[in-house]
Design a protein around this ligand. Structure first.
Ligand SMILES: Cc1cc2nc3c(=O)[nH]c(=O)nc-3n(C[C@H](O)[C@H](O)[C@H](O)COP(=O)(O)OP(=O)(O)OC[C@H]3O[C@@H](n4cnc5c(N)ncnc54)[C@H](O)[C@@H]3O)c2cc1C
Length: 260
């Protein structure tokens, strides 16, 4: 069975490895010239020195552990090396078509025709779309476009503003990237860092003390486990609470827009 896989990020690589092991013939189409998707050093969207937000015990393929001396929270460059080793270990390179962008998929009566931007096309029995969900940065336009002294970048381009020494920086967005970039800017000498988030943000260290044992453990051991999921499902808010939360949040945003 011929399988087309779109994307050579972690999802595409693991899909190809599993397909090959099950006796299928995978072909991985990757529009960039490197593997790793978001983690690629050449074409990715993470910055140098960025650490994983999950420990090496969780942020790994189940059949391919990190090297024994890997740091607990590896850096983005280590993840890229890890993904390259994964390709080597499972001989995935022979399935790769780098620099080939899929532009459309046609459904046939007995399969799929995968069309590429370079006008080539090939027929497959099945297609797996592993094109990622964080690969298109969204950067709103500044209101005063002719304001040349203000540098305006997306988090995936943060290394473009490495010289922040003595400057004031505003970070917009309150999830993992926003928090980590705020810290990075302070380390790089920014005089002030304003952190803007549209919701309450918990800033939690990567390592926490486990109350039951007193040992330091990575945060994913505490939060990302089946038991927590079932507790979360059990404690899911009632529909009326959800509705009121939705309403009040949007009223607050509307009020804020009118004021600004
Ligand atoms: C800043 C940031 C930090 C993160 N940190 C972590 C972390 O610490 N731990 C963790 O587990 N996850 C983290 N994530 C989540 C991350 O999405 C996953 O780790 C992982 O990269 C998802 O893999 P993927 O293969 O689904 O997608 P991607 O890594 O995005 O790969 C998709 C690939 O598909 C290719 N592609 C897209 N369209 C086409 C096309 N038409 N034709 C050919 N190729 C195409 C792209 O070029 C890309 O190479 C983070 C995400 C971000 C944005």
């Amino acid at each position: 069975m011929k399988i087309a896989i779109i994307g050579a990020g972690p999802a595409g690589l693991v899909a190809a490895k599993e397909a090959a092991e099950a006796g299928m013939a995978p072909t991985i189409y990757e529009k960039n010239n490197s593997i790793g998707g978001l983690w690629s050093e050449e074409d990715g969207h993470v910055w140098k020195g960025m650490r994983t937000n999950l420990s090496k015990w969780t942020c790994s393929f189940s059949d391919f552990p990190w090297p024994i001396d890997a740091e607990l929270f590896p850096k983005s460059e280590n993840v890229q090396a890890y993904l390259k080793s994964y390709c080597l270990e499972f001989d995935l390179e022979k399935h790769l078509r780098l620099g080939q962008e899929v532009c459309c998929i046609e459904t046939l009566s007995d399969g799929f025709k995968v069309r590429l931007s370079n006008k080539q096309a090939e027929v497959f029995d099945k297609v797996i779309v592993a094109s990622g969900m964080f690969s298109r940065p969204w950067l709103p336009k500044p209101k005063r476009e002719n304001e040349t002294s203000v540098v305006h970048v997306h988090s995936s381009n943060i290394d473009r503003i490495s010289d922040v020494s003595g400057r004031a920086v505003c970070v917009i967005g309150g999830s993992f990237s926003g928090i980590e970039i705020s810290q990075l800017l302070v380390e790089r000498g920014a005089s002030k860092v304003y952190f803007v988030s549209d919701s309450n943000t918990w800033v939690i260290p990567r390592r926490v003390i486990d109350d039951s044992t007193g040992h330091e453990i990575p945060i994913d051991f505490l939060f990302y486990k089946r038991k927590e999921k079932s507790v979360d499902e059990h404690a899911r808010p009632k529909r009326i609470i959800k509705y009121l939360t939705f309403l009040s949040r949007n009223l607050a945003i509307l009020g804020w827009r009118i004021l600004s």
